[in-house]
Design a binder for this molecule. Structure first.
Ligand code: SF4
Ligand code: SF4
Length: 321
C-alpha cells in the first residue's frame, strides 16, 4: 500500500498574485514539491472549492501557505477555516507577514478608499452611485464586507512560521517547504530566513564606508548609479541596514536599492523606525534649516520606510504622519 503524502495548501487573501507566481517560479523545483506532497487546495491553479476544504477533518492538512493580507470578511473566514484544518499555518510573503503593500491603505479611511474607487477615479462611470453590498438589503448577492483596516495574518489567527519577501525567492520557498517536510523546524513563530541584516550578504558591502555623510537623498532615476559602490553611500535610500537577509541582495544585483520586503532583521522590533534612525544619522549638517531641506529630499517617507510593514509598525494606522 502506498503511503499517503502530506497535504499542503496554497491560498491567497489581499494579494497581487505575485506570491502565487513565485511558487510557479520554483520551475523544476516545483516537481520536487509536487512529488513530496499532495496539494489539496490552490485556487489559482486547481479547481477545488471551499466546501472541499470544509469537508476535510480538522488538522488534516500538514501546512497551509497563506499569502496576502486580510481585509475582507471572506478572507478572515478563509484564514480561520484553513487555520482549523492545518497543523501548521505559514504566513507567506510580506503582505501576510507584515501587511505588505496593501497595508499602506491603512493611511486612509475605509470611506475615503470606497469614495475614490467607486466615485472619484477618472476611469469610473457610476451614475447611479452604486456601492458594494448595496444589493444585500434587497436579498441579492453581496460582496464580502470591506473592513476598516488591512491586517497581518497573525492579527486574525495564530501563525506558526513566516516566509518573508515580496515575493519570497525560490530558494527561501524551497528551503521552507523542505524544513516543514523534514520536521526540522525552528522555534514556533520564527521567520524562515537568516536573522542578520541584508548588508551582511550584499556584494557591495566592502564599499560601504564606515561613515556616510549626505547633503541630499537621491532617487534611482536622478543619478547614474555606480554598479560597484554601496547604494546608500551614493545617496540612494537603500533599506539594506534595516532589512533581513536571505534574498542574496537580488535587487542590488539589479542595481536597485533594497526596498525592505523581507522585513526587519531578527531582534529589531520596527523596521521603519530602524530605517529612519539609520538614515537620520547620515544627514551631514548641524543646521536645523539645512537638515529640514535634506530630509525633504526623501520622497514619501512612510512609503519608503514602512513600504511593507506599516500594519506591523509602531505607527500602525495613524493617519496624520
Ligand atoms: S508579498 Fe508582494 S508578491 Fe506577495 S502578494 Fe504581497 S505584494 Fe504580491
Ligand atoms: S546599504 Fe544597501 S548597497 Fe550598501 S551594503 Fe547595505 S545593502 Fe548593500
Amino acid at each position: 500500500m502506498t503511503q499517503e503524502k502530506p497535504k499542503i495548501v496554497f491560498y491567497w487573501c489581499a494579494s497581487c498574485g505575485g506570491c502565487e507566481e513565485a511558487v510557479v517560479d520554483l520551475a523544476e523545483g516545483i516537481l520536487d514539491v509536487v512529488a513530496a506532497v499532495d496539494i489539496v487546495f490552490w485556487p489559482v491553479a486547481l479547481d477545488f472549492k471551499r466546501r472541499d476544504v470544509e469537508q476535510m477533518p480538522d488538522g488534516s492538512i500538514l501546512a497551509t501557505f497563506l499569502n496576502g493580507a486580510v481585509r475582507t470578511s471572506e478572507q478572515e473566514e478563509m484564514a480561520e477555516l484553513l487555520r482549523r484544518k492545518s497543523k501548521l499555518l505559514v504566513a507567506f510573503g510580506s503582505c501576510s507577514h507584515l501587511g505588505g503593500i496593501p497595508g499602506l491603505a491603512n493611511l486612509f479611511t475605509r470611506e475615503s478608499i470606497l469614495q475614490a474607487v467607486y466615485f472619484d477615479a477618472p476611469t469610473t462611470e457610476n451614475p447611479n452611485r452604486v456601492m458594494p453590498g448595496s444589493r444585500q438589503s434587497k436579498g441579492g448577492p453581496a460582496l464580502p464586507y470591506f473592513s476598516n483596516q488591512v491586517r497581518r495574518l497573525d492579527e486574525v489567527v495564530e501563525v506558526d512560521y513566516y516566509v518573508p519577501g515580496c515575493p519570497p525567492l525560490p530558494k527561501i520557498i524551497s528551503q521552507a517547504v523542505m524544513k516543514l517536510l523534514d520536521g526540522q523546524l525552528p522555534e514556533k513563530g520564527s521567520v524562515l530566513a537568516p536573522e542578520e541584516g541584508l548588508c551582511t550578504e550584499c556584494p557591495r558591502k566592502d564599499s560601504k564606508p564606515e561613515k556616510i555623510a549626505l547633503k541630499a537623498f537621491r532617487r534611482p532615476q536622478d543619478i547614474l548609479i555606480d554598479e560597484t559602490q554601496c547604494l546608500l553611500a551614493q545617496g540612494l535610500l537603500c533599506m539594506g541596514p534595516a532589512t533581513r537577509a536571505g534574498c542574496e541582495a537580488a535587487c542590488i544585483k539589479g542595481n536597485m536599492p533594497c526596498s525592505g520586503c523581507c522585513g526587519a532583521p531578527g531582534r529589531v522590533r520596527d523596521q521603519g523606525a530602524k530605517a529612519l534612525s539609520a538614515i537620520a544619522s547620515l544627514v551631514d549638517s548641524k543646521d536645523e534649516h539645512e537638515i529640514d531641506q535634506i530630509l525633504a529630499s526623501i520622497a514619501d517617507p512612510v512609503g519608503t520606510f514602512c513600504r511593507y510593514s506599516l500594519p506591523a509598525s509602531l505607527l500602525q494606522n495613524r493617519r496624520n504622519i
